[in-house]
Design a protein around this ligand. Structure first.
Ligand code: F3S
Length: 419
């Protein structure tokens, strides 16, 4: 790899041990991928800050090593959800010992100078990258959203390369950082969304899930979607396409910024092979994400990725002064920005009064759920429904927000899209 003067001095330890170590990791990894040089980045989003049930100790050891070596982030750096709601963790029955480990992790990243966003939707809160900005993001939905909807540039960084990039302010120039790697590999055309509609958030979750399952790690371009898709739908699409597949970038013609038309994001070869999508195929995705039959549930989970103000407004409208049923927990995950806005708007008090619990700073997948006895959950999230059966041992069903709210009120799941 070709290094400039400053990078060579960094590797010689002239800018401290943390910078040396992080740059060395980046150079060695970059060389393994045949990368020729590093580039400056303007922002980072870290996922390695989550103290979780599975890899918490390794992540904590790495963070503490960087802090001990004097590491400070050199670009604006946001943080993914951690392992606990920092102020309400007792209410969610997080064990003391686990909460104490989370606190150590939080403190480590604060010492590094990262911004305490604790959210997987940094693109709505924190620092929002612009089109063309070179960034280093971890967290699959944020990567997909930043590349596709914002037009920023980041490969699918994973722990701990994004931390190294945040510290050094440099990243290997490869993958989605480069223009030539941002063309679509597969073309999908939505011919008829029915029984769903283009204005439904759930349609985009199912479409993303369907397309991600076919794409794997390739880049899709989608046509047939009318302009004016809202941010929550694009958020849901980003999370879904990056869950069933490893999609870090997608294009929707007329919607996402790099795709004003099909020609801008395709070569001739891709334009000759059109995959037609209809709503009936998406019913298959809905069925795949629904492992439990319309029956009793004990958890309703919204906010994966973290919920927006609009989604809280939809919940409030759906509740219409009704209460969450006995024996059902209704949880919504969000970030502190949205939390403070809905608090000031009076929405928070109303939905809490109905029995809804709202958490910030965290993600259920990081929590130990041993103090709960959940078996069956309903969610609006394709990502949650995809991972929860294996990772949380939960039978799940996916429904739109209205049906999730009705499930919370009645304790029962209604039928699927075609019923
Ligand atoms: Fe966010 Fe956790 Fe879902 S990080 S996208 S709430 S799995």
């Amino acid at each position: 790899m070709r290094l400039n003067e400053q990078e060579r001095r960094t590797l010689n330890g002239e800018y401290g041990e943390a910078n040396r170590l992080c740059l060395q990791i980046e150079v060695e990894l970059g060389e393994a991928y045949g990368v020729e040089r590093l580039i400056p980045i303007t922002g980072a989003h870290i996922d390695a800050n989550s103290y979780g049930r599975v890899s918490g100790e390794a992540k904590l050891a790495f963070a503490q090593k960087i802090v001990h070596a004097g590491g400070k982030v050199s670009v604006p750096t946001t943080l993914n959800p951690g392992g606990r709601d920092i102020s309400r963790w007792r209410k969610f029955r997080i064990p003391e010992e686990f909460a104490a480990k989370c606190e150590l992790m939080e403190n480590a990243y604060l010492k590094m100078g990262a911004i305490p966003t604790w959210t997987c939707t940094p693109y709505t809160y924190g620092t929002i990258p612009c089109r063309g900005e070179q960034i280093a993001y971890a967290e699959s939905n944020a990567i997909s959203f930043a590349n596709s909807v914002l037009g920023a540039r980041t490969p699918r960084y994973g722990d701990f390369l994004e931390v190294c990039a945040a510290i050094t302010g440099r990243a290997p120039y490869f993958d989605l950082h480069r223009d030539e790697n941002r063309f679509a590999d597969l073309w999908f055309h939505v011919e008829d969304p029915r029984p769903y509609s283009f204005s439904e958030d759930l349609f985009y979750s199912l479409l993303g899930y369907h397309i991600g399952g076919i794409c794997g790690g390739q880049i899709p371009v989608v046509t047939g979607i009318p302009a004016g898709v809202n941010r929550d739908s694009l958020k849901n699409f980003s999370a879904a396409v990056a869950s069933s597949g490893g999609v870090g970038l997608f294009h929707i013609v007329g919607v996402t910024p790099e795709a004003p038309d099909l020609e801008s994001v395709t070569t001739g070869e891709v334009r000759e092979d059109r995959n037609v999508v209809t709503g009936r195929q998406l019913l298959g995705a809905e069925e795949e994400l629904t492992g439990c039959s319309p029956d009793d549930i004990d958890l309703v989970l919204l906010g994966c990725p973290h919920a927006s103000v609009r989604e809280f407004q939809m919940v409030l409208a759906g509740l219409a002064e009704k209460k969450v049923a006995d024996g059902v927990e209704f949880w919504i995950q969000t970030n502190r920005g949205v939390y403070s806005w809905i608090e000031e708007m009076g929405i928070l008090d109303e939905i809490k009064g109905a029995g809804v619990k709202v958490s910030t700073d965290s993600c259920l997948f990081n929590w130990p759920l041993d103090n709960w006895e959940f078996e069956r959950a309903v969610t609006n999230s394709a990502k949650f429904a995809h991972y929860a059966p294996n990772e949380l041992d939960l039978a799940t069903a996916i429904r739109d927000i209205d049906r999730c709210v009705r499930a919370a009120v009645t304790g029962e799941i209604e039928g699927s899209g075609l019923e």
